[in-house]
Write a protein that binds this ligand. Sequence first.
Ligand SMILES: [Zn+2]
Length: 249
Amino acid sequence: MTLIENLVSLHRVDSQVRALRGRLDSATTYLKSQQRQHADACSRRDELRSQIRQMQATAVNIENESNAIRDRIEALRGELNKSTNQKTYATILSELKLLQEKRDEADERALAQLGKVEEAKAKLVEVEGLAAQRQELLDSATKERNQCQVDVGERLAELERERAQAASHVPAKELDLFNRAAEVHEGEAMAEIVATDARRREYVCGACNMELPPEKFAVLSTNPNAAVVCVSCKRILFMAPQAQDAAKE
Ligand SMILES: [Zn+2]
């Protein structure tokens, strides 16, 4: 086989390897993005749960405060009933009035705090729903990726062996040209030349449309063991066999 034929078969198997790897890579990328979004949703949910616990604790503290005031009020009422002294009676009464105000204020705060807790709980239902949705998406992405690995894995290993085999027929220098072009053009390492005017031997690179200089065409059309690269995109150029025959005539 000629160099160009070997390069064309390398290109064929290389494209298949890349396409399969691409499938696996995109399933993996999708899975990773689902993992991230799931983790975000869970941490939002957990954060909200802990906020609610803190808010509930605050509400309990305020209620305890109110209860302590209530106990104090009850004790003072007892003293008030037993009181015979006018002055003491007036003092207790004014203290009772102050305490009642404090208790009302504490009850109001407790109510407001419980309102906040209820609001946060409603939000939590929403956030928990989102986290559950994210879990479902993550599960299906994991399943998809695993299935892809099963489907692709074996075939990919086989193709990679074929690729190594095809590459072994290409000399190091040309293989380097091929690999570099494949890297830059996502696997499109080769381009067929296209005639713009076959009679006048005017050809362009089929990938980027750059004109092929006559001296390069001369090599390409006569020496199938030389790698000619496009002056612009650096892809390795080749001619369809029938075009090659026509060029010889
Ligand atoms: Zn080109």
